[in-house]
Write a protein that binds this ligand. Structure first.
Ligand code: N01
Length: 538
C-alpha cells in the first residue's frame, strides 16, 4: 500500500479567485511575504463573472468605480469602454490584474473545496478538495463571493423537460443559441431584467414568468467619451475618497435633502432628472428614501407611473407595476429597455404570483392558469446568497463543530469577519458586513486590507491565532439587526437579503445596513484599540 501523500502546507489558503481572492493573494504574498495558495473551482479567474455569462450580463456599478483603487498605476492604466462594464470586459480586467501582479502561479484552478476542518492541536486548517487532495494552512480565508450558489427552484418535472434549461449563474461558456426558439425566463430580479431584452431580440418568443414585480431605472449605458476617461484617470485620489466615504461605496454622494424639503412639482422634476441620468444614483436623489416609508412612496409612485407610460398594453403594465415593496428595499435593478421589451409582439408576461408554476412538463411550464410550450427555460432565480457559498464547503471549527450548526438559526459572527469557535478563519464580504449593499470592490478592498493588517499585527506580536468572543458576536448580531431595522430594507419580505428566496432558509437580514463608511470606521477602531472582542493567542 502506498502511503497517502502528505498534505501540502501553507501559511494561508484562500478560497476563490474573484475580485477578493486576487487582492487577498497579492496582499498576503507580496506585502506580508506569506506562502499562500488560492483554490478556485473555475478554470480561470473572475469569480462571479466567470460563471455569470448570461445574455446581457453587465455590472450595475459604473465602470470607473468597478475596479480596484489600491494601486494608482493600475487604476490609471486601465480604460473602460462603456458606462457599465460588460461581463467579457470585466473578465479582461481581472485577467489583466492577475497577470500584471503575477498572481496565477499561486492559484490552483479547477479545484473545488468540499471540506475544511480546524485542527486545534496543530493550530491549522485542513482543506479537502473535490479530487481528494488535502492542504493545510494556519489561516483560511474565504473569498467565495456572496452570490455564487445557484438557486434552481425544486420544481416537479424538471428532469423530464424535453428542451434545455439553464441557470444564469452557471451559464455555458459556449453561449446559448435562442434563434427560432420558444424561451421561458423565470425570475425578475437584476439578472432577469438584464437578460430579458437581449433574449427577446434573439428568440422566436419569450415568456417572462414574474412572481414578484420589480422596480427598474434605466441604465442609459453608452460608450465613455475620451474626456470622461481622461477625467477619471486624473482623479484617482478624489474618486477613491468619495467611494470610501459614502454609505454604498459608489462614486456619487447622496443628496442631503429630504423628500419633504421640496414641493411636489420640484420633487417630480428631481425624479425626472434622476430618471434621465439613470442608474443606481436614482436612489441618491433624497437622503430619506430608505428610511421613511412615505418618502419612499413618492419615488415608488413615480417609478410605477413610468412603467405605465412605457408599456402599451394596460393589463401588462398593471401586472408589471403591481409592486408590493418599497423602492430599493430589494436590490434595485437597472435596465436597458426592460419595460419596453413587453411592447414587442414576441414577448408575453406570465403572472406566476397569482397562478404559480405547478410543474415543468416535457413540453414546457404549466402554471395554475395555463400551459406554456417551451424549447428553452432560463432560470434567473438568483442564489442561496451570502451563507450558501460558505455552508456548502462543510467548514468545521473547534471540536468538529460545523458552521452549518453554528449558523442553524442564521449567520452569527463578529464584524462580518470571524466566527467564535473557528480560529483564523476570515470571511471576505460575508454576512454581517456591508458587502452586497455596497459597490463590491470597495467592500472587498476594505476587508482584504483589514484582514492583512490583522494577520501582520498577530505575527508582529508573536501570536498565532485570533477568533472573536461569543459576547462580541452577540453584540454585533444586535448591531446588524438594529442597522437593518433602522431602514425599510426588511420590509421586502421576499428579499434574498433576508434569505427569503430559498425555502427553509432562516429569515435573518444578512448584510450590515449601517453603511460602508460607518462600518469601516468601526473596523478601524477595533484594530486601533488592539482588537477588543477578539481573543488573540499563541
Ligand atoms: O436574483 P434575485 P438575481 N418561481 O434573487 C424569482 C446581483 N446582480 O440573479 O422575488 C418563480 O434578485 C424571484 O421571485 P421572488 C444583485 O445583487 C448584480 O436577479 O423570490 N420565480 C426573483 O424575481 C442582485 O440582487 C448584477 O418572488 C422565482 C428572481 O427569481 C443579485 O445578484 C446583475 C422562483 C430572482 O431574483 C441577485 O439577482 C445581476 C420560483 N420558484 C445580479 N424562485 C449587476 O450588477 C425565484 N424566483 C449587473
Amino acid at each position: 500500500m502506498t502511503p497517502a501523500p502528505a498534505a501540502r502546507s501553507f501559511d494561508a489558503l484562500i478560497i476563490g479567485a474573484g475580485f477578493s481572492g486576487l487582492y487577498q493573494l497579492l496582499c498576503l504574498r507580496d506585502r506580508l511575504g506569506l506562502n499562500v495558495q488560492v483554490l478556485e473551482a473555475g478554470d480561470g479567474v473572475g469569480g462571479t463573472w466567470y460563471w455569470n455569462r448570461y445574455p446581457g450580463a453587465r455590472c450595475d456599478s459604473e465602470s470607473h468605480s468597478y475596479n480596484y483603487t489600491f494601486s494608482k498605476e493600475l487604476f490609471e492604466e486601465w480604460e473602460w469602454s462603456e458606462r457599465y462594464p460588460e461581463q467579457p470586459e470585466i473578465m479582461r480586467y481581472l485577467n489583466h490584474v492577475a497577470d500584471r501582479f503575477d498572481l496565477k502561479r499561486d492559484i490552483c484552478f479547477g479545484t473545488r473545496v468540499v471540506a475544511a476542518r480546524h485542527d486545534e492541536a496543530a493550530g491549522s486548517w485542513t482543506v479537502t478538495t473535490e479530487a481528494g487532495e488535502k492542504l493545510t494552512a494556519q489561516f483560511l480565508i474565504t473569498a467565495v463571493g456572496c452570490l455564487s450558489t445557484a438557486n434552481v427552484p425544486a420544481l416537479p418535472g424538471l428532469g423530464d423537460f424535453a428542451g434545455r434549461w439553464y441557470h444564469t449563474g452557471q451559464w455555458p461558456h459556449e453561449g446559448v443559441d435562442f434563434r427560432g426558439k420558444r424561451v421561458g425566463l423565470v425570475g425578475t430580479g437584476s439578472t432577469g431584467i438584464q437578460a430579458t431584452p437581449v433574449i427577446a431580440e434573439a428568440a422566436a418568443h419569450l415568456t417572462v414568468f414574474q412572481r414578484t414585480p420589480n422596480y427598474s431605472v434605466p441604465a442609459h449605458n453608452a460608450p465613455l467619451t475620451p474626456e470622461f476617461r481622461q477625467w477619471v484617470r486624473h482623479n484617482h485620489a478624489e474618486l477613491r475618497r468619495i467611494m470610501q466615504s459614502t454609505p454604498n461605496g459608489h462614486p456619487f454622494v447622496i443628496e442631503d435633502r429630504s423628500v419633504w424639503d421640496v414641493t411636489a412639482e420640484q420633487r417630480q422634476a428631481i425624479y425626472e432628472a434622476a430618471w434621465a441620468k439613470g442608474g443606481l444614483q436614482f436612489r441618491a436623489a433624497f437622503r430619506d428614501l430608505l428610511v421613511d416609508k412615505e418618502a419612499n412612496d413618492t419615488a415608488a409612485a413615480f417609478l410605477k407611473d413610468k412603467i405605465r407610460e412605457i408599456v402599451k398594453d394596460p393589463a401588462t403594465a398593471e401586472l408589471l407595476a403591481d409592486i408590493d415593496h418599497p423602492y430599493a428595499a430589494k436590490r434595485p435593478p437597472i435596465d436597458s429597455d426592460y419595460f419596453a421589451t413587453f411592447n414587442r409582439p414576441n414577448v408575453t408576461l406570465a403572472d406566476v404570483r397569482r397562478a404559480p408554476i405547478e410543474r415543468i412538463t416535457p413540453a414546457g411550464i404549466r402554471t395554475a392558469a395555463a400551459e406554456y410550450p417551451l424549447d428553452i427555460i432560463v432560470f434567473a432565480t438568483g442564489f442561496d446568497a451570502m451563507t450558501g457559498p460558505l455552508l456548502r464547503m462543510n467548514i468545521e471549527g473547534r471540536d468538529g463543530r460545523a458552521l452549518a450548526e453554528a449558523w442553524e438559526a442564521g449567520p452569527r459572527n463578529y464584524l462580518g469577519l470571524q466566527v467564535a469557535g473557528f480560529p483564523n478563519l476570515f470571511t471576505i464580504t460575508g454576512p454581517g458586513s456591508p458587502s452586497v449593499l455596497c459597490n463590491m470592490p470597495v467592500a472587498i478592498e476594505q476587508h482584504v486590507e483589514w484582514i492583512t493588517d490583522c494577520i501582520a499585527r498577530l505575527r508582529a506580536d508573536g501570536l498565532a491565532r485570533i477568533e472573536p468572543t461569543e459576547a462580541a458576536m452577540d453584540d454585533w448580531v444586535t448591531q446588524v439587526n438594529d442597522a437593518a431595522h433602522a431602514t425599510l430594507l426588511p420590509q421586502a419580505h421576499h428579499s434574498w437579503y433576508l434569505g427569503a428566496n430559498v425555502p427553509g432558509k432562516p429569515r435573518v437580514f444578512m448584510p450590515y445596513a449601517g453603511g460602508m463608511a460607518r462600518y469601516r470606521a468601526i473596523c478601524d477602531e477595533v484594530a486601533a484599540a488592539g482588537y477588543p472582542g477578539f481573543m488573540r493567542g499563541a
